[in-house]
Write a protein that binds this ligand. Structure first.
Ligand code: URA
Length: 212
């Protein structure tokens, strides 16, 4: 694991093995979706490691004991459309009580700037830990805009789970939002002239949904 206070790159062999399969151009759409799900499960484990917990008294069939239970804020998980949807089920399977918000942003292919076209968020974001989902943190413009959107709606605790990030994207998000914790499977080399991550995996949405 390579970690700073606000960036964690998960180097676990299972994560890296699955990421290699995910990147492979011969991986089918069905397999790609499954790998995104499995990788997100593993990254969610890391991204939620600092959720507050508390001691509770329980009774096993044999005796009383003190167990630990997650306390404090509840979770809101917010996929950034459309590729972030591919990561949603994995988070919900680990945090079934989470509320779900959706943020629709597309990237203007010429300016590379984000355009917001749909936002539907839980009302009580101020009382929740927000987990944004986007498989590819590329220029960081859309992620920074999504963070802005949830903060405007009241969020004070925001983390991002991405599968692959470019250094430029991490820097861009942390320039505006140094408090946001980012968990990724890989920090890649950089971006090409079209804003795609290198070596990356291509267009995550197209590969998830078979649209190309
Ligand atoms: N979005 C993607 O799907 N892939 C990239 O490489 C960059 C942005």
């Amino acid at each position: 694991m390579v970690a700073t206070e606000t960036l964690t790159e998960v180097t676990h062999p299972l994560v890296q093995h699955k990421l290699g399969l995910l990147r492979d151009v011969t991986t089918t759409t069905q397999m790609f979706r499954q790998l995104v799900n499995e990788l997100t499960l593993l990254l969610t484990y890391e991204a939620t490691k600092d959720l507050a917990d508390e001691e509770v008294e329980i009774e096993t069939p044999l005796e009383r004991m003190t167990a630990r239970r997650i306390s404090g804020k509840k979770v809101a998980v917010c996929p950034i459309l459309r590729a972030g949807i591919g990561m949603l089920d994995a988070v919900l399977s680990l945090v079934p009580g989470a509320r779900v918000g959706f943020i629709g942003l597309f990237r203007d292919e010429e300016t590379l700037e984000p355009v917001e076209y749909y936002v539907k968020l839980p009302e009580d974001l101020a009382d929740r830990d927000v987990i944004l989902l986007d498989p590819m943190l590329a220029t960081g413009n859309s992620t920074a805009a999504a963070v802005e959107t949830v903060k405007r709606a009241g969020a004070t605790s925001v983390r991002l789970i991405a599968l692959i990030a470019a250094p430029e994207g991490i820097e861009r998000v942390h320039r505006d939002h140094p408090d946001v914790r980012i968990v990724v499977a890989s920090v890649d080399r950089g971006l090409n002239e079209k804003g795609y991550i290198l070596p990356g995996l291509g267009d995550a949405g197209d590969r998830l949904y078979g649209t190309k």
